[in-house]
Ligand binder design. Structure first.
Ligand code: SF4
Length: 377
């Protein structure tokens, strides 16, 4: 750290604030993102990460379930959605969804997201959540993005807080962070004009936190947004977290250009841009406990590198992933616990197994039929 010329780089105040544990301004974050010497940024992100997490890096034994790819929206970066009746369109029955979970063995987290189906109503999701909760009493259930929640509320003629309360009652612990994309209005209109606005996304998250649910947050980057819009996105999340405190983890997601209309004009971020964005996320989001390097969309090797640039989590075993892979992700569909632990150790960190809420997890949550688990608290 001593050998890095922070003052010459115009980063003296940013360095001083990071080392004192003080909050960076948006302009300081932007100067770090665009800093000509990336080692200066990496050194500060390392210091912030180490202060919070030491040499620990987290992972989760989880399984993704995507109930349907039929969606009323037409986000231009999406390779996953289908129209009803289109080749490849599907809706899983709850039995099919449960069978996918059962095949995965013991789980610490169940992750449920999909498209905004034109008629699949709240009852379907409540039934699925209840069945997952009964089968996995202690696993975290992370289900439905803010976009899906708002869609279900409109479809059902219910207020968003009523939908959130029903999901919580059915056993959902938290919302995944998807659908945030980039909050800036003009970029969002280009990317996903039908989708819930950035302000609407933040409002649903506030309502979720007020309902006692936790959530993650994401940012899709490396498409049409400007560097300042990335910082504005982080700043909006930081202000929301100050107000409601329910975010657990932030996940910067690189745009993947495969099989989607936006791919004709945007290529996605370079590796160094990914590392810079992860580092700035760690430094700006001083009130977020965790920063995730999502190996599915980054690829495992780049995700490993992100652990030294501010991230403290690699996500999990996943088992089956559709959304990133249909957009061209070349990563595996699944990693074993041993592979995740080896990936973390090989990066110089100590693996820590966690559930969706980052509570310690050790032995997996076997399905209830195995008769070993106490009821979910
Ligand atoms: S990103 Fe989500 S909301 Fe947008 S089209 Fe794809 S499935 Fe639908």
């Amino acid at each position: 750290m001593e050998s890095i010329p922070f003052a010459d780089l115009g980063l003296a105040s940013a360095r001083d604030k990071v080392l004192a544990g003080e909050r960076l301004s948006l302009d300081e974050g932007l100067a770090l993102l665009e800093c000509p010497d990336p080692h200066a940024l990496q050194a500060l992100a390392w210091a912030a990460r180490e202060r919070r997490h030491g040499d620990r890096a987290h992972y989760v034994v989880n399984r993704h379930v995507n109930p349907t790819n039929i969606c009323v929206n037409r986000c231009r970066f999406c390779a996953y959605r289908r129209d009803e009746g289109q080749k490849g369109a599907y809706v899983l029955t709850p039995d099919e969804a449960m069978a996918k979970l059962a095949d995965a063995g013991p789980l610490d987290e169940v992750h449920i997201v999909g498209g905004c189906h034109p008629s699949l109503g709240l009852d379907y999701y409540l039934d699925l959540a209840r069945r997952v909760r009964a089968a996995y009493p202690r696993a975290s259930i992370k289900a439905l993005t803010a976009v899906e929640v708002e869609h279900l509320a409109r479809l059902s003629g219910l207020d968003v807080p009523v939908v959130l309360a029903a999901l919580r009652e059915a056993g959902v612990d938290m919302l995944p962070g998807g659908g945030a994309e980039i909050f800036a209005d003009a970029a969002r209109r280009t990317l996903c004009p039908e989708k819930l606005s950035g302000e609407g996304w933040l409002q649903v998250m506030a309502q979720a936190h007020e309902a006692g649910l936790r959530s993650n947050a994401t940012m899709l980057f490396g498409h049409v947004e400007t560097p300042r819009e990335r910082l504005e996105h982080l700043d909006a999340l930081r202000r929301q977290q100050d107000a409601t405190g329910g975010f657990v983890c932030f996940i910067p997601l690189p745009y993947l250009p495969g099989n989607n209309p936006l791919g004709a004009e945007a290529q996605g971020p370079q590796a160094m841009d990914v590392l810079r964005t992860v580092a700035v996320s760690r430094l700006m989001l001083d009130n977020f406990p965790h920063i995730k390097a999502y190996w599915v969309m980054l690829g495992l090797k780049l995700a490993q590198l992100c652990l030294s640039w501010g991230a403290d989590d690699l996500d999990g075993t996943v088992v089956e992933e559709k959304i990133g892979h249909e957009a061209g992700s070349e990563s595996s569909q699944a990693l074993t616990t041993a592979q995740l632990e080896e990936a973390i150790r090989a990066s110089g960190f100590t693996p820590v197994r966690r559930d969706g809420l980052f509570r310690a997890a050790h032995d997996g949550n076997a399905p209830a039929s195995a008769g070993k688990e106490a009821p979910h608290a």
